[in-house]
Structures are given as C-alpha cells and as structure tokens.
Design a protein around this ligand. Structure first.
Ligand code: G5P
Ligand code: MG
Length: 227
C-alpha cells in the first residue's frame, strides 16, 4: 500500500475518459477510484442509470437535471467515502460545480487535479459507441475496448446496456451544462497551482503523461505498459 496520502480528482466533459483514466490510475497506483456518476446511478437507480420515477441520472430532459446543483443528501453520502480505508483516493466527476468544490475544501485538501480536454466531435463518437455493465459500472466501447462477445459483460456474462444520457441530443445538453459549471472549478484549481490539463483525442496517448505526473507524487505498483 502506498505510504503517502494523495487525493486527486479527474475532471472533464462527458466521454472525456475520466472513468477510463481513473481505472488505470487505480490499478497502477493502488488507489481507490470513486465516481460520483456511478455512485449516483447505484444510489438512485439500482445501477441501471435511472433515478427514482424513471429519470436517468444524466437527466431525462437531457440536461442532467435529475441531480441538482445543491446535491444535498447525495453529496453528504459521497464525501465521507473520500478518506475511506485506502490511504489514497482518485475521484472522477466531482466536484462538478464551484459549490461542490467549496464543500470539498471543508473536508479535505486536494493534492492534484487532472483535467481532460477532448474535442466535441470525439466525445460524441465515443459516447454513441459506449456500452456499460449496469451492475459494476464496467465500461466498454465498440471501437476502443469492445467486450469479447458483443453486448455481453466479459466477467459476469450479463447483458450490457447503453446509458440513456448517451443519446446524441442528451450528449449535447450535458456538454453545455458541463462547460458552464466546470469553468469556475477549473479556474479555482488553476489559481491554486494544482491543475494539470491534458488535451488530445486518444486516451492511450494521454495516459503516459498522466502516469508520469502521478509517478512524481506517489510510487506506482504497476508499470505504464501494464495498463
Ligand atoms: P458521470 O457518470 O460522471 P459524465 O457525463 O461526467 O458522467 P461519462 O459520460 O461517464 O462522464 P467519462 O467517464 O469521462 O464519461 O468517459 P469514459 O466512460 O471513461 O469514456 C467514454 C467512452 O469512450 C467509453 O466507452 C470508453 O471506453 C471510450 N474511450 C475512452 N478512451 C477512448 C479513446 O481513446 N478512444 C475511443 N475510441 N474510445 C475511448 O455522471 C453522470 C451524470 O450524473 C450526474 C450528472 O447529471 C452527470 O451527467 N453527476 C453529477 N451531478 C452533480 N454533481 C456531481 N458531482 C455529479 N456527478 C455526476
Ligand atoms: Mg464516467
């Protein structure tokens, strides 16, 4: 287990690869990966991407409005997980608003913020080809990391589904909403000198830079190529 406490968050628009990068970080550095989106899907909808009353976590109106900015009791439930049993944590999708960033400040100090900048057209293509295993949140992509058998989860043999908020019209609305909310969050972390931005269209090209950055803060348990 790593000997130093490190708290990192990965920010980026829908489909930017937060989940993909965070899974690699978790494996390579022995960190715990927490995803606010996955947490919400599991808490609100039993893992199938639906909130109570059938509203998708991403927003039945395509704007992600099922989850309010206030975040209320969900935020309260999510935050205590951050300093949980592991010494380190890497979190995706949180904080998503300035209000959440300030709430996080009251609980812990971040060491590192990774921001993924991916062109809009790339995001749209990726999300339309994404399939997920509802039970675990495992993510596939028909081009990038397809399952061994189409439509079936590699580990459980259960069916894969497409997220409702991955429909093209929902994606456009999510991106708009993300941009507005994320700007002040990015500015805040930039002003603190802990923001590291990575731009590109391929996770495999961005990943070595992320790995090198993290290796300078915490000893890896796997080599770059093992992921
Ligand atoms: P989520 O679940 O956090 P989003 O919209 O922020 O949702 P999303 O869609 O899960 O983010 P991601 O995690 O950034 O995207 O991306 P990913 O899943 O790793 O990669 C996308 C696809 O591309 C996958 O199929 C992957 O295999 C593939 N891929 C990765 N790299 C490459 C590559 O190089 N090439 C190719 N071809 N493919 C690649 O949150 C859901 C909703 O919950 C609410 C919001 O409404 C949000 O919309 N929510 C919150 N609300 C308020 N506050 C918060 N803190 C909230 N957190 C979530
Ligand atoms: Mg994700």
């Amino acid at each position: 287990m790593a000997s130093k406490l490190l708290r990192a968050v990965v920010l980026g628009p829908p489909g930017s690869g937060k989940g993909t990068v965070c899974e690699r970080i978790a494996r390579s550095f022995g960190l715990q990966h927490l995803s606010s989106g996955q947490f919400l899907r599991e808490s609100l909808g039993g893992g199938d991407g639906e909130c109570p009353r059938g509203r998708p976590v991403g927003g039945s109106d395509g704007t992600g409005s099922c989850v309010t900015d206030g975040f209320g009791s969900i935020l309260a439930a999510f935050l205590p997980l951050i300093p949980a049993p592991f010494l380190c944590g890497a979190c995706t999708g949180f904080p998503r608003t300035l209000g959440q960033a300030k709430a996080l400040d009251r609980i812990c100090e971040l060491d590192l913020v990774i921001s993924l900048n991916i062109p809009f057209e790339t995001l749209k293509d990726r999300l339309s080809a994404r399939w997920v295993h509802p039970g675990s949140g495992r993510v596939y992509n028909m081009d990038f990391n397809p399952p061994h058998v189409q439509g079936i989860d590699d580990l459980t043999g259960e069916p894969l589904v497409q997220r409702e908020d991955d429909r093209p019209e929902a994606v456009a609305a999510r991106l708009r909403k993300y941009k507005d909310a994320a700007k002040p969050v990015i500015e805040l972390y930039k002003s603190r000198g802990i923001l590291h931005s990575f731009s590109g269209t391929e996770t495999n090209k961005i990943w070595p830079y992320v790995y090198t950055l993290l290796s300078s803060k915490i000893p890896p348990v796997l080599s770059d190529e093992e992921n």
